[in-house]
Design a protein around this ligand. Structure first.
Ligand SMILES: Cc1cc2nc3c(=O)[nH]c(=O)nc-3n(C[C@H](O)[C@H](O)[C@H](O)COP(=O)(O)O)c2cc1C
Length: 199
């Protein structure tokens, strides 16, 4: 698929069939996540991949709104939870070529551990489209994170940035609510050429 078509077709899809993914798709999606850029080449990310129905069933209680409001979301044959690991960044940037030996968080212009994990997540979303599949990134509410960690034995210093479903979209997908209809912001409102505002 042409790259511009991949970008144009990517929408968050919240209704799936339980049709299994094509052979190799899970591996290709995960492999592409690891191609994401990362600050200082830190790669301070990890990915919990749930493909077995029993493992996926262990996950959904931690995202109850999805179960309630979009029940076929649970049919998606793949759930990936990308996790950000701050300490990898603090340690990488304490190395001589970066020199932030004090490991002070105030040095960071933005939390690169979340940025990089988000970039990896986007690559997974785009790879799903390229595979002829659909995907959705959704949040895991803070109150559910401790239980989620315990259920999947995730160490405390790995922060889930959300969950990603991948699968075939349901043929009887309900029409998008007006809230989610295409209402991209006007480029003139958000792109500032040369300077912010009028010259
Ligand atoms: C960081 C992030 C968190 C999101 N969280 C949710 C979520 O919890 N539930 C959901 O249904 N969609 C979630 N979305 C999807 C957005 O609602 C969606 O990207 C937006 O409405 C634009 O639609 P599109 O991605 O289909 O173009 C999230 C997207 C991002 C980038």
């Amino acid at each position: 698929m042409e790259f511009s078509e991949v970008v144009r077709r990517r929408r968050m899809v919240r209704h799936y069939t339980d049709q299994p993914l094509p052979p190799g798709a899970v591996d290709r999606i995960l492999a592409n996540a690891l191609r994401a850029p990362s600050a200082g080449f830190s790669q301070g990310w990890s990915f919990l991949a749930l493909t077995d129905a029993t493992d996926r069933a262990r996950f959904w209680p931690f995202v109850p709104t999805r179960v309630q409001d979009t029940p076929t979301m649970q049919d998606a044959p793949l759930v990936v939870v990308p996790l950000a690991h701050k300490r990898t960044y603090l340690e990488r940037y304490a190395e001589p070529d970066k020199g932030w030996e004090d490991r002070a968080e105030s040095r960071w212009p933005a939390p690169y551990w979340f940025i990089d994990t988000g970039m990896a997540a986007l690559l997974m979303l785009l790879t799903a489209i390229d595979e002829g599949l659909d995907a959705c990134l959704f949040g895991i509410a803070p109150e559910h994170i401790p239980g989620f960690r315990t259920e999947f034995a995730i160490p405390d210093d790995y922060a889930p940035i959300g969950g990603i479903t991948v699968g075939y979209r349901s043929p009887d997908i309900p029409p998008m609510g007006t809230r989610f209809k295409d209402r991209r912001r006007d480029p003139a409102d958000v792109i500032h050429r040369g300077q912010w505002g009028d010259k």
